[in-house]
Design a protein around this ligand. Structure first.
Ligand code: NAD
Length: 389
């Protein structure tokens, strides 16, 4: 299969491209390096050093003998997007290429507008390009579990049968997102469902949980193939951040009571889910949704897993929650679709935690501890940016 990975220079896009290439697919990646520029803007960096995309691609050719074609450009540029898709002629497009940090989208007006413009317009350009070049192309789009929020009913895989005043219909599952970033994903989902319904496109929306881990069987084949490992309060996902705090001997910073519960997934399962979705495409006209998570944990439980897995002593510090989210809530998510396609999940085990401790230990001299304190306040429309006016 020919697979184009949009956002292929990012935390998940790069290991996914390697996994798909390793499985024998013809892979190309595209990126505008926006993620690397957020690092400069925020004054932070990935804990594990990462190479340029050019070096990564050359290293993969060296270790595997396989080529990954690379496109440099911005999906917000509709001409670039359509030309690239016409040039590569993929069977499947995997779309990771969005601004993905909720706190970044909540800094102020400028960052909220950027996030929604980048994500919603980029995704629309991809939909129009597929329709123009070849409506048979299967779009595999990364959404997030955060689109649903925490409703007091079971969360289904994208659709729900509703009975209202004696009549029934199958509707998109209601969404209650928690940031301008999560809202951009809801807007994307609606635009994709609409394109499937009116143009007959085929799409899979993957509502993914919080990803943890940094290594996959392909990235460990050469240090130049490493993917990002973010720990700062803007881009660091919770488990990765706790691991680094444990290694540094800092308290794990739990927001609020820590009873807020989220779906999570191991990075090795993320890349495998993408392969399964790509190799088993949605039908023409189908908007298929999977909840791409394997387990649920409260933030406090995640802190305990990290504390118990670490050899040294670990403290937990409870901070006033900078976000607006329900502390006590019901959380029961249906996530059987990908397992039915063949996913055999890696559940959160000490094995993975230990490999993360090792990576954190190796690079701990690169940590900027101040970057781990949350500065973005959901209750304020404008938060100061660290060290900048
Ligand atoms: P990332 O920021 O590391 O990667 C995204 C990549 O897309 C970056 O390399 C960035 O430069 C690129 N990009 C952004 N806007 C672009 C544009 N307009 N044109 C071209 N390239 C652009 O993020 P990630 O953690 O790898 O996440 C990938 C996707 O998965 C995102 O859509 C995110 O919302 C989703 N997701 C991630 C997580 C997680 O825990 N990391 C959880 C749920 C969903």
């Amino acid at each position: 299969m020919r697979i184009l990975v949009l956002g292929g220079d990012g935390y998940l896009g790069w290991p996914t491209a390697l996994h798909l290439s390793d499985c024998g697919h013809e892979v190309a990646v595209a990126d505008n390096f926006a993620r690397r520029s957020y690092d400069h803007e925020m004054g932070v960096q990935s804990l594990a050093p990462i190479e340029s995309l050019q070096t990564r691609v050359a290293a993969w050719r060296e270790v595997s003998g396989k080529d990954i074609q690379a496109y440099y450009g911005d999906l917000v540029d509709g001409e670039f997007t359509v030309d690239m898709i016409r040039d590569f002629r993929p069977d499947t497009i995997v779309h990771f290429a969005e601004q993905r940090a909720a706190p970044y989208s909540m800094i102020d007006r400028k960052h909220a507008v950027y996030t929604q413009q980048n994500n919603v317009v980029g995704n629309l350009n991809v939909l129009f390009a597929i329709e123009e070049v070849d409506p048979e192309i299967h779009l595999v789009k990364l959404g997030t579990m955060g689109e649903y929020g925490t409703p007091n009913i079971d969360i289904e895989e994208g659709w729900i049968d509703v009975e209202h005043k004696g009549r029934t219909d199958r509707m998109l599952f209601p969404k209650k997102p928690g940031s301008f970033y999560h809202l951009s994903k809801v807007h994307d989902s609606h635009n994709i469902e609409f394109a499937c319904r009116i143009w007959g496109l085929r799409a899979t929306d993957l509502n993914q949980g919080v990803v943890y881990g940094q290594e996959t069987p392909q990235t460990v084949r050469d240090p130049r193939l490493a993917t990002r490992f973010d720990y700062d309060a803007i881009f660091g996902t919770v488990l990765n951040r706790f691991v680094i705090q444990a290694v540094l001997g800092h308290p794990l910073t739990v927001y609020g009571s820590g009873s807020q519960t989220r779906g999570v997934i191991d990075i090795r399962d993320t890349v495998e889910c993408i392969r399964l979705a790509a190799e088993n495409p949605a039908e023409a006209g189908e908007f298929r949704v999977f909840n791409q998570m394997t387990e649920s944990f409260s933030v406090e439980e995640i802190a305990k897993v990290v504390a118990n897995g670490y050899e040294g002593s670990v403290d937990v510090e409870y901070l006033t929650n900078p976000r607006v989210e329900q502390a006590e809530h019901y959380y029961n998510v249906v996530h059987t679709g990908l397992v039915e396609l063949g996913l055999d999940p890696h559940l959160l085990s000490n094995t993975l935690i230990h490999s993360l401790f090792r990576v954190a230990e190796q690079h701990k001299h690169r940590v900027d501890t101040a970057a781990m304190r949350p500065t973005v306040q959901w209750r304020e429309a404008s938060s100061p940016m660290r060290g900048l006016n």
